[in-house]
Design a protein. Structure first.
Length: 388
């Protein structure tokens, strides 16, 4: 019996609350169960090797740091389990044709394996937008954050008036179909609807077919205009929903969406002025870090030189320009994913100089203390030397 599991079978385990998982401390999570959800979707369950309890908001995501074929790769996956079951957490991964990590996880990650994770991060959470009535709209693997929210409400006996509409390609592609139906049958004010684009191989589908439209939405949630709406799915789906809601005159302040592709998110640094950045520093926001080598002093300049030590390239970066943008403009190919300071993909070591970094959870305090920075959300305050 694995060590972490043995602990659960000791009576003392249940007599005291476990200490909380601190994502700032390097700790691997151990895969303790793999569940096939559909033909191309698996859930992977993890527990903390040190016996910690997980703490996160429903809807948040983790960044997995994996070594795939000798390459370090980072990918984000939403926690599909609820924080109300803190001894384990799960991610639910859909295979992406030709995709590196989703296929690697499906083909290689097994019970007993360990993975490094970063996070939790993200602010797509019903916990941040409490409402009397919710409308959850998901398509494909976009079901995961909404499932974590729905599971949380169920576990808290918080029978919120919720309409959950999940769109899938075919009936065989419906993720968590049986559980959503069960949630609806055990909670008075929870309703689940499924819409399939096509019938696929399966006969006997008597549910809704096609794509989500305003008349369909009015049928499933006639009072949708009064609900707090959370949407997650592929970019075209989310765009269609946005257009549909705007057309209906919905108050978009009550519309929240999460994209699984970071492409469409706005950049963090929209070229603000240097003065504005300096003022932001003085506010000492928790995620704003001045990362510096003590021997360097800031220079009043509008551009700085950035030396990439390993690739022996020197580039110029504007004082209000993100380091990643400047590097890309100069033709340097550097790994990056979210460009929002969330995923940690663009982490590098700063050898010399000072930056203003405004991240959103993609780096641990310990790493910042060791001189690491995220290129996508850092602007230079001096000339820099980077270990890359
Ligand atoms: C906040 C967030 C939460 C997420 N949550 C989930 C979740 O809960 N579940 C889930 O399944 N996914 C989730 N994702 C998506 C996930 O992070 C990955 O993007 C997804 O699994 C695909 O990764 P991959 O490595 O398999 O594909 P990648 O290797 O990144 O490839 C993606 C696509 O690009 C193509 N491609 C790759 N390289 C090339 C190339 N050189 N030339 C041309 N095409 C190429 C591939 O064929 C594939 O179609 C989330 C993403 C974000 C940002
Ligand atoms: S690319 Fe995600 S943190 Fe920089």
């Amino acid at each position: 019996m694995p060590h972490a599991l043995r602990r659960i079978h000791q009576p003392e385990f249940w007599q005291r609350l476990p200490s909380l998982w601190d994502s700032d401390v390097e700790e691997s999570l151990q895969c303790c169960q793999v569940r096939q959800e559909t033909h191309d979707v698996k859930s992977f369950f993890f527990r903390s090797l040190a016996g910690h309890a997980f703490r996160f908001s429903p809807g948040q995501f983790l960044t997995l740091e994996l070594d795939v074929d000798g390459q370090r790769v980072n990918r984000c996956y939403t926690i599909s389990s609820p924080p109300t079951r803190p001894h384990t957490l799960s991610i639910t991964v859909k295979r992406v044709p030709g995709g590196t990590v989703s296929n690697w996880l499906h083909d290689h990650l097994e019970v007993g394996d360990s993975v490094r994770v970063l996070g939790p991060a993200g602010d797509f959470s019903s916990a941040l937008h409490p409402a009397e009535r919710y409308l959850f709209l998901s398509a494909g693997s976009g079901v995961t954050p909404l499932m974590s929210m729905a599971r949380t409400h169920r576990d808290l006996c918080d029978d919120r008036d919720t309409v959950f509409v999940h769109s899938a390609r075919t009936p065989d592609d419906i993720i968590f179909g049986r559980e959503l139906t069960l949630l609806a049958s055990t909670q008075q004010r929870f309703r689940a609807h499924f819409i399939c684009e096509g019938l696929g191989e399966q006969g006997g589908w008597h549910g809704l077919t096609g794509r989500i439209t305003l008349p369909l939405l009015q049928l499933m949630a006639p009072d949708f205009m009064t609900r707090e709406i959370f949407v997650c799915g592929p970019a075209p789906y989310m765009q269609a929903v946005r257009e549909m809601l705007r057309e209906a005159g919905f108050n978009m302040a009550r519309h929240h969406e999460e994209s699984f592709s970071f492409d469409r998110l706005p950049a963090v640094h929209q070229a603000p002025g240097v003065t504005e950045l300096s003022a932001a520093n003085q506010n000492s926001s928790p995620n704003s870090n001045l990362n510096s080598n003590p021997n360097s002093s800031p220079a009043p300049a509008t551009a700085f030189s950035i030396v990439f030590q390993k690739s022996q390239r020197t580039i110029e970066c504007g004082a209000a320009q993100a380091l990643l943008d400047a590097a890309r403009d100069a033709g340097l190919r550097l790994p990056a994913s979210c460009t929002q300071g969330m995923c940690g993909t663009c982490k590098v070591r700063l050898l010399d100089g000072k930056v203003d970094m405004r991240h959103q959870g993609g780096i641990r305090q310990r790493e910042i203390d060791q001189g690491m920075v995220l290129l996508c959300c850092s602007v230079p305050l001096t000339n820099l030397r980077i270990d890359k």
